[in-house]
Design a protein around this ligand. Structure first.
Ligand code: 5GP
Length: 190
């Protein structure tokens, strides 16, 4: 998606450990117009799938997921992050290791927001090593519902997230694919 790539080129800052900072339009300040274009693009890419709900993880997945839900006219549920949980009877939970924060969080979704016939689309801001997506897939499996696809705003193709998802044969679409962040430079996949 050219609009998104242009924005990453203009405003993206490469941090140590292969982290791309895009907090001027996605991870802190949010550009609603750009996110609406992102949402419409996902709606187009997954138009042929029978999707009843969008799932994401708080907090940076919420903006692109809500815009996708708006474009698809479907509800959005975000998994909440907790350090630890004691009462989990009414929740689906999974452990997620955070690449950027280097900590493990539990993510959870209230059982009442997942219905038996749900067929979901996962949306997230970044795909790095695939831990956030794996956590959502654990919850989806536990809830015994279908996953129709995964939409990622920015994929770092040099990390192992895509391989994990392809192994499970789940359709994956990324709107910007970064091949390398070496020497502080953003190189997109050609
Ligand atoms: P994964 O679980 O795929 O390893 O990492 C995905 C999550 O980590 C994303 O939801 C995002 O919050 C965060 N993340 C991973 N890599 C980056 C990055 O380069 N920049 C930013 N801003 N967040 C990242």
């Amino acid at each position: 998606m050219k609009l998104l790539e242009d924005r990453i080129r203009k405003e993206g800052i490469v941090l140590p450990h292969d982290v791309l900072k895009v907090d001027s339009f996605l991870n802190h300040q949010v550009d609603p117009e750009l996110m609406f274009e992102v949402g419409k693009e996902f709606a187009k890419l997954f138009a042929d799938k029978p999707i009843t709900k969008i799932l994401t993880v708080e907090s940076s997945g919420i903006a692109p997921a809500v815009m996708t839900g708006l474009a698809m006219h479907e509800p959005v549920v975000f998994a909440r992050k907790h350090k630890s949980l004691t009462l989990t009877d009414d929740l689906y939970t999974a452990d997620v290791y955070s690449y950027t924060k280097q900590t493990t969080n539990k993510i959870s979704i209230a059982k009442r927001f997942i219905e038996p016939n749900d067929s979901v689309l996962i949306i997230d801001d970044f795909l790095a090593n695939g831990q956030a997506v794996e956590g959502l897939l654990t919850i989806i499996k536990e809830a015994n519902i279908e996953v129709q696809g995964i939409g990622i705003v920015i994929e770092k193709t040099f990390q192992k997230g895509r391989a994990l998802i392809e192994k499970r044969q789940i359709p994956l679409e990324a709107l910007a694919q970064i091949a390398s962040l070496e020497n502080g430079q953003v190189q997109f996949v050609k």
